[in-house]
Design a protein around this ligand. Structure first.
Ligand code: SF4
Length: 222
């Protein structure tokens, strides 16, 4: 089984509650969504078998020095058949952290036993052009039992209805919510005042909500 990997690199996690930890990032090619804020180049890559990828990361990096491997993209769950072969190889060496758009619910069910932490996006229609809340609900249902938080990238187009649906999901699945202001380059697309206002609106409805901007852009690392 082979899959295309866009890049492999060591860096510092810049998003969500594990911000600041050193991770080995494995970026998968392809995505099933087309978010209007996507700034990731993930189309091109090199094909690896699961053994080749395991050999490469263990020969070039000391996995003991990493908090976790971040499976990122694109959308890693599009490579679920590959992950079913790769994750058993690496699981005993290091924690596995999955960054996903949380829409591929059948796929997460197939590999969740190998995942330690899920960073799951809740996508807003104002960003993606379609309502994905039902897909997210199925995803959170299938990923029960794995430590999971939900990240919401927002800008000034976020609506009251979207906020209410995010809070409903968070309550139903007991999720920590992480609000992440959309970035344009290394600048926030919204003002600090707007961030504070949105955090207030969320916390009035659901206390377990934090606002964390993309810290790696301030650190000027990938
Ligand atoms: S889900 Fe992620 S990788 Fe895919 S288009 Fe949206 S931001 Fe980009």
């Amino acid at each position: 089984m082979k899959t295309k990997i866009n890049e492999i690199f060591s860096s510092i996690q810049g998003e969500g509650p594990v911000v600041g930890y050193k991770q080995l990032f494995i970026r998968f090619c392809k995505c099933n969504l087309n978010c209007n804020y996507c700034d990731t180049e993930f189309q091109t890559g090199v094909e690896y078998s699961e053994e080749d990828l395991y050999r490469k990361i263990t020969s070039e990096y000391d996995l003991k020095t990493f908090h976790s491997i971040s499976l990122t993209g694109g959308e890693p769950l599009l490579s679920v058949e590959f992950l079913k072969m790769f994750l058993p190889l690496v699981k005993n060496d290091v924690q596995i952290y999955l960054e996903t758009n949380a829409t591929l619910f059948n796929e997460i069910a197939e590999i969740k036993d190998y995942i330690d932490i899920i960073s799951a996006d809740i996508k807003l229609k104002s960003s993606t052009g379609f309502d994905s809340f039902e897909l997210h609900r199925k995803f959170f249902e299938k990923s029960k039992g794995v430590k999971t938080f939900a990240k919401i990238v927002f800008d000034e187009n976020i609506t009251d209805d979207e906020i209410a649906k995010c809070v409903d999901l968070a309550k139903e699945f007991n999720l920590e919510l992480v609000l992440q202001p959309k970035m344009i380059g290394d600048k926030m697309a919204v003002t600090s005042e707007f961030c504070t206002k949105i955090l207030d609106v969320f916390t009035q409805k659901y206390k377990n909500t934090r606002l964390i901007p993309q810290v790696h852009k301030f650190l000027n690392v990938i």
